[in-house]
Design a protein around this ligand. Sequence first.
Ligand code: ATP
Length: 513
Amino acid sequence: MLGTIAVWGITATTVSNIMLIRAVYSQYIPRHIRTQLEIYFYKLLGWLSFYVHIKFNEHTEEGLKISENYDAIRNYLSSNTAARAQRLKANESKNSKSLVLSMDDHEEVEDVFNGVKVKWHSNMNEIQRQSNYGRNTSYERRFFTLTFHRRHRGMIIESYITHVLREGKAIGLRNRERKLYTNNSSSEWYPWRSGKWSNVPFHHPATFETLAMDPEKKERIKKDLVKFSKGKDYYKKVGKPWKRGYLLFGPPGTGKSTMISAIANFLDYDVYDLELTTVKDNSELKKLLLDTKGKSIIVIEDIDCSLDLTGQRKTKKEEDEEEDKEKKKEKKKEEDDKKSKVTLSGLLNSIDGLWSACSDEKIIIFTTNFVDKLDPALIRRGRMDNHIEMSYCRFEAFKVLAKNYLDIESHELYGEIKRLLEETDMSPADVAETLMPKSDEEDADVCIKRLVKTVEEEKEKARKVAEEEEKNKAEKEEKKKEEEAEKKKTEEEEKKVKGSEENGDLSEKNGTN
Ligand SMILES: Nc1ncnc2c1ncn2[C@@H]1O[C@H](COP(=O)(O)OP(=O)(O)OP(=O)(O)O)[C@@H](O)[C@H]1O
């Protein structure tokens, strides 16, 4: 008992001595000397210790953004070592599609790489700060520390850390919740939002399986996408940026937007839906494009409606002059004139700029209903590498829709439908709408019969339209012929009159002589 009291007494004295020394140290030794002393102390520790420590902070140097490396390490440790940690933390991240378990603060786990053991420690410091208004605030600063024996320094720095960051980033991409980004239009009320992206979770259900189109064409597109997504080394070898441009063209309702969603789901990419008409000018466009992340699809729908593509491309000088003129005009204009001043050259330059500025995989897709209206420069290979025609619904595409909407693979009317669809141009959107049951009483048989009736009506309509066009054409030709005949007649009469006048002149002359 006496022994225990003595031990407590010694401990208490030691603790109070340490506290006294600390108080004297921080009160009487100037700050800059304390800093120097601490540097030497840590250096000494470094010389004495066999272990190397590397710190990875949660925030970047600027302090605002979460460090990508910290995130990657957390992902790596969550999947590789967190199972071995005693205490875990459930992170509810808005960027992740599922709950992510990671090591709790002040936990330590071991990892083994190439037979070498390393330790990861998750740290958290609470930092006290006084605000400008004298209020005390505190915030938490987190970081991971990697500890390993100094004889493995080279291998850990060159190989292990790269391995952890690469794996962690890949896990992050797999777990992330995909996003649909849209560009904000310029607003008088929220000027800081203009030229920036807003996002919502991307949950479009379209897939290549549900996409109605010719199966061979579908397979070709899928192969092209797979080759692209696995082509990092290939693109590097041939000296091309890891990008691909697709032009989707075809009549309305043939599935251009649906195809974009199917591609995004197939490759697991985000989608940036760029509304060109709300982009203020070329420099805002460039900024928006450069502000897109990798593994994404940038979409400009109905490109023919978003820009004046009928005009010739302008030279840089012409464009500058025009911009100068525009600026002068702009001053006179009311402030609420929000017309987009994006030009074709601006778009081309922005795409080329995007292509050369970023190293990660990106796809850009343009859609149009009128491919012939587009400037060839916009869709040349290299910018739009793959041109895909989305066409009217033929039998193969119909079979996919029937499977999707009615869950059937055959019907006695399939032969009839095949014949009708080969002869009639109907969009997959119209076929899908006709096939969809309108009530619980409607079964596949009712829907298929309705489709036959609708296609027959469409065929009849198309026949009448063609007949009308033919009639108009014939009438026009007839009119043209009549006009030509009339013209010829007038010319001949004029010739005759002229001839007789000349003859008259001549006889007059002869008579005079
Ligand atoms: N090829 C297709 N496969 C499956 N569904 C389709 C297909 N085409 C159209 N649809 C259906 O029709 C609807 C409209 O299609 P979508 O918006 O993709 O056509 P679009 O070609 O982009 O039309 P627009 O040129 O008018 O923008 C879709 O929601 C989808 O349900």
